[in-house]
Ligand binder design. Structure first.
Ligand code: NAP
Length: 308
């Protein structure tokens, strides 16, 4: 029996585990994939305080994981089912069943898809959602980045080290990304822009050869392709969807995001939610870590208030 099980090992979950473990609570963090969550696949995280020397997303993830492991157990298993009701909660993974008095949900979010013809067909062979993972495969090619938020612009900048050119395709003519990030792409001579445009179709044979764009204002179609038939790379960064499927029907949500109060408590006693999993407005690594800290503090208070 654990005091706390943290489901998900991104910045929110690793911080919750770190704080819970340091409060001498028996803590288990269950991560299905790679510790660090979305930041592990981010090229650089330059706005996480103290992350100056090695600001790669992977580097920061590894440091967070190492620190959490000093105080909490970390296992890499896929959670299939949870029972959140009652004083003892259960978590079933592919290989084990665990029990705990408190559950902290930090399952994060996953990338949103374009949902256009050709996207699924070319996923991982021309269409990618991770610049650090796949950037090197596009060395010397023309790269197209879809999206106008921080992720799209930061990753577009990063991809200029590989691509012959990088073009940002955005559905408006103003970016959602923050000021410095917008300045960086606008000042990068390798970056071009296709404003007011959406991708309608991704075409090719073995690799992506053509992109069909539509101008949302004029409805005009534009086909992007290289005359010599050389392939192109498409990177999609159009936001995220909360990974809360296993909690559906078990906990209050809005648009897939779990509802909490400011102490990260859900409506179920002993169940907390943190980071990109919960309904909130500012989604940053640092706010995810902050959520994790708050949840661990209030989980500790909850445990102290009970006579087990
Ligand atoms: P985001 O901020 O939600 O931006 C998504 C972008 O994709 C928007 O520009 C949106 O256009 C566009 N978009 C959405 N659906 C689309 C569709 N179907 N077709 C074409 N374009 C579409 O997502 P994000 O950039 O992944 O960032 C997620 C969160 O993480 C944000 O809170 C962000 O600030 C944060 N983040 C922070 C950093 C950092 O601080 N270093 C880095 C990465 C991410 P519209 O603008 O027209 O809606």
């Amino acid at each position: 029996m654990y005091d706390i099980i943290v489901i998900g090992g991104g910045p929110a979950g690793l911080t919750a585990g770190l704080y819970a473990g340091r409060s001498k609570l028996k803590t288990l963090i269950i991560e299905k994939d790679v510790a660090g969550g979305q930041i592990s696949g981010t090229a650089f995280v330059e706005n996480y305080p103290g992350s100056i020397e090695n600001p790669t997303g992977m580097g920061l993830s590894e440091r967070m994981e190492e620190q959490a492991k000093k105080y909490a157990e970390v296992v890499f298993e896929n959670v299939k089912e949870v029972n959140l009701e009652g004083e003892v909660k259960t978590v079933k993974t592919d290989s084990n069943e665990y029990q705990a008095k408190v559950i902290i949900i930090s399952t994060g979010a996953k990338h949103r898809s374009l949902d256009v013809p050709g996207e699924k067909e070319f996923a991982n062979r021309g269409v990618s959602y991770c610049a650090t993972c796949d950037g090197p495969f596009y060395q010397g090619l023309d790269i197209y980045v879809v999206g106008g938020g921080d992720s799209a612009l930061e990753e577009a900048n990063y991809l200029t080290r590989y691509g012959k050119s990088v073009t940002i395709i955005h559905r408006r003519d103003e970016f959602r990304a923050s000021g410095v990030v917008v300045d960086n792409v606008k000042n990068n001579p390798k970056i071009k822009f296709e404003y007011d445009s959406v991708v309608k179709e991704i075409r090719g044979d073995k690799e992506v050869e053509e992109l069909v764009l539509e101008n949302v204002k004029t409805k005009e179609e534009k086909i992007i392709k290289n005359e010599d038939g050389s392939p192109i790379g498409v990177f999609v960064f159009i936001g995220n969807i909360a990974q809360t499927e296993i909690f559906e029907g078990k906990i209050k949500m809005e648009n897939g995001y779990i509802i909490t109060d400011e102490d990260m408590k859900t409506e179920i006693e002993g169940v907390f939610a943190v980071g990109d999993t919960r309904k909130k407005t500012v989604r940053q690594a640092v706010t995810a870590a902050s959520d994790g800290c708050i949840a661990a503090v209030f989980a500790n208070r909850y445990l102290e208030s009970k006579s087990w």
